[in-house]
Design a protein around this ligand. Structure first.
Ligand code: NZQ
Ligand code: ZN
Length: 387
């Protein structure tokens, strides 16, 4: 087991920590771009609160607003222009994954002479980026403490990711109060995304004896989410539940549970292809549908990992390893259904006619995944399994 781990993001966690936003921002700049989503930051009063604090510290800000879920590259381009015109040198993202990812794409695009989309289609490599800070408003993507960004291009109907150590936020303010207003459906999609990030790292071909600690970390996140999510569903304004899920979100994708592991990430790539074609499908919703189907498709490759999942998470122990493993996947699907989350493509209006385009997009840069290398035929079979 060999790995390097560097986590350059300072986390400021807890109720009331939003009050520290200007103090942390001031460490980097007094001329910033403030990025927010479509409406929630203004409706909840968070935008007013943050801008008041910035004003108090004499920090100038330009606002880029209207970032939509499944964010698009056109607003990234606008953000780059604003920064260049106003000599801005810091970006503050106040929002969920879509807002943070937009900020990250702007941060690296500013220093690149060509079109920022080149980074996403692997025509250019990120060499430099502006620093960014985050006030997180939704627990899901984990973007608050990693170097990834996922952005869509509506012209080419692609949704692609970039990743660079340069894109880790300098600081992230994780104030659970800011998540109290997240509506039920996005709260639940966040829960699915968090679990899926753990699954992408837990269900892989790393020999078990090389990832004992990582897998126990992973299981503790899965168990925590499974315990708290139903309680949170019934009590959306419970700050302790919100805080727990928020910390799970960050811990699921900040690198710790994946240290030295092979990872898979093919379910994410299939989901990104789905939301590239259907941009009204939330990332977490797509994952709730795709992941159990992927699990069933690859179960024979790593039956003992699915067995561990069934036994250690759900307490199942049947006669055979495969029987136990399959029941564990069934339990996961039932967990999603009990929360009211769709688990079939047909439930969200996606039909066979789009399977070909989705599968082509998923494997656009070659076969995906590592548990089993998936080509277009495999992806089509997985889509059929969850149709
Ligand atoms: O735009 P507003 O009005 O703010 O509404 C948002 C949006 O409609 C709303 N919302 C956010 N905070 C709120 C709130 N509503 C009320 N109160 C609040 N406090 O929630 C909706 C969804 O927001 P979004 O940012 O899209 O959600 P999420 O955080 O799940 O991010 C999803 C995006 O992240 C990408 C996904 O592909 C997707 O594009 N991912 C990014 C990753 C990363 N950077 O590491 C990894 C993930 O696997 C994922 O792919
Ligand atoms: Zn995800």
């Amino acid at each position: 087991m060999n790995f390097k781990l560097s986590l350059p993001t300072e986390i400021i966690f807890g109720e009331g920590t939003t009050n520290e936003v200007a103090k942390y921002t001031k460490k980097f700049s007094d001329n910033i771009l403030l990025v927010i989503g479509k409406k929630s930051a203004k409706e909840t009063g968070l935008f007013d609160k943050v801008t008041k604090l910035l004003n108090y510290e004499n920090i100038k800000y330009e606002v880029l607003e209207g970032i939509k879920a499944n964010p698009t590259v056109d607003l990234v381009r606008i953000g780059i222009e604003i920064i260049r015109q106003k000599n801005i040198d810091f970006i503050l993202a106040v929002g969920g994954g879509s807002v943070i990812d937009t900020a990250k794409a702007i941060a690296c695009g500013v220093f690149y002479e060509g079109d920022v989309w080149d980074f996403f289609v692997r025509k250019a490599v990120i060499k430099k980026a502006l620093p960014i800070g985050v006030v997180l408003t939704l627990a899901a993507a984990g973007s608050e403490m990693n170097g990834n960004a996922v952005v869509s291009n509506t012209e080419t109907k692609q949704k692609l990711a970039i990743s660079s150590h340069l894109l880790y936020p300098k600081f992230s303010i994780l104030d659970p109060i800011n998540t109290l207003t997240v509506p039920l459906e996005h709260t639940l999609y966040g829960v699915v995304d968090i679990l899926s990030h753990v699954f992408e790292q837990y269900f892989d071909k790393t020999p078990q004896e090389e990832s004992i600690l990582q897998d126990r970390f992973a299981e503790s996140i899965i168990k925590t989410v499974i315990e708290i999510a139903p309680k949170l569903k019934d009590d959306l304004s419970n700050v302790s539940y919100r805080a727990t899920i928020m910390w799970c979100s960050t811990m699921a994708l900040n690198g710790i549970i994946g240290c030295g592991k092979i990872h898979d990430w093919s379910s994410h790539q299939i989901e990104h292809a789905i939301s590239a074609v259907y941009d009204n499908i939330s990332h977490g919703l797509g994952l709730a549908i795709v992941f159990p189907a992927w699990m069933r498709y690859v179960i024979d490759e790593i039956p003992y990992k699915f067995y561990n999942f069934a036994k250690n998470i759900w307490g199942i122990k049947k006669e055979s390893i495969v029987e136990t493993a399959l029941e564990g996947i069934g339990f996961l699907e039932k967990f999603y259904k009990d929360l009211g989350i769709p688990t079939k493509l047909s439930e969200v209006g996606i039909t066979h006619k789009d399977f070909d385009i989705i599968a082509s997009k998923a494997v656009e840069f070659g076969a995906i995944g590592s548990v089993k290398k998936l080509n277009k035929e495999d992806v089509l079979k997985i889509l059929t399994l969850c149709s």
